[in-house]
Design a protein around this ligand. Sequence first.
Ligand code: UDX
Length: 451
Amino acid sequence: MEKQRGHVIVLTYPAQGHINPLLQFAKRLASKGLKATLATTHYTINSIQSTTVGIEPISDGYDEGGFKQAPSLEVYLESFKTVGSRTLAELILKFSESTSPVNCIVYDLLVPWAVDVARQFNIYAAVFMTNSASVCSLYWHIDRGNLSFPVKPETLPLLVPGLPPLDLSELPSFLAQPGNHSAYLAIIMEKFGCLEENDWVFCNSFEELESELVKAMSGLWPFVMIGPMVPSAYLDQQIDGDTTYGASLWNPTTECLIWLEAKPANSVIYISFGSMADIQPKQLEEIAWGLKNSGKHFLWVAKEPEKRLPNEFLNSIGETGLVIPWCDQLEVLGNQAVGCFVTHCGWNSTLEGLSLGVPMVGLPQWSDQPANAKFMEVRGVGVRAKRNEEGIVTRENLEMSIKEVMDGGKSGEIRRNALKWRETAKKAVSIDGSSDKNINEFVEKLVKGEG
Ligand code: UDX
């Protein structure tokens, strides 16, 4: 029985913003001749489809005899580590007697224990960063003691090689308010303390996008840029004929695509805060009236609008706007009618906006988003909406930012920059582009190498 060389298990954290880029990476590897299997939790597995990648379940310990909610994030992460390690090892064993034994695990930063499973089987390990390299460099500098943490007010703005000067409000929330979500920060810092134990450190970004940082960090860290992990059809590529992420934890509404078709080019605001952000009622109200007062058509992804948005606003929308629970974001961003993306600047959404050439207004919420919003603005593809003393983006400020991006004196330049980045993103993943070459080197090593 001839054994196939090169079988990668790609292990994702069970959240939309993690499944999308990791599944996309698995598909890209499969298109280059590797066998790729996505491992994900039982809870998420039925939301994922692919014709080129195998999909296999592992357990997080909360799925036996029906799905249960963990009492806290800390408890969940601990359980995922214990039960996930065991079931991942079982999966590797299952393949070991087949024609395609596993010789590499690519794993999400938030499931750091996968590296121990890889070592147990003496196979390659590669960690996959779903954040930008710029954000990763902040964690890296803290780990190496180059940046003090908690951040001292007198050191602000932070001057970090390869990055623009950063104020507190422009840092990842895990660093600016370290008390919140400390379980995630603990995982991240643990991994940055032992990056070298990985055979590869992949980052969902591209060298041209973060060129100054790449220069500043050259030779210092082992990062390899392989992004943007956006389905290739959206980058006008026919590399693998890939037209969708193939994963959606919620049912996308399709009527919005019909609604968009009838609208003039670049006339609609698309607004979404990704899958995890929880926007406070006061902020939601300001967003609602800011959109309405802008006088533009808008498409807003908001969960439970009847419960959470003001009635007066919902009753006044008429034909101007559409509020929907979930959509296929790439289809929407790729639609000619969309002229502005009001976004929380999750890293996937930021890359999607850049890759599809859509000008953005940033309303970052937590995690890496404040830094992403800053970098987006520095690259000239949009603006960050200003907050008041209470930390709220008022209706007036939102309206002003939307106008700046869609109609203001700078709007032409912003649009041109957005289109320029679209071309650069496309080149990075095209044959012989910077990211494509990096992926090829990895594939070659796995097909030829020991392991
Ligand atoms: C989070 C973090 O914010 C992000 O920065 C991190 O690196 C990954 O995890 P999330 O907040 O969900 O993710 O935002 P984002 O990274 O933008 O990912 C959301 C994904 O859901 C995007 O790929 C987007 O295309 C998709 N989406 C969003 C939809 O398909 N439909 C929607 O209606 C909204």
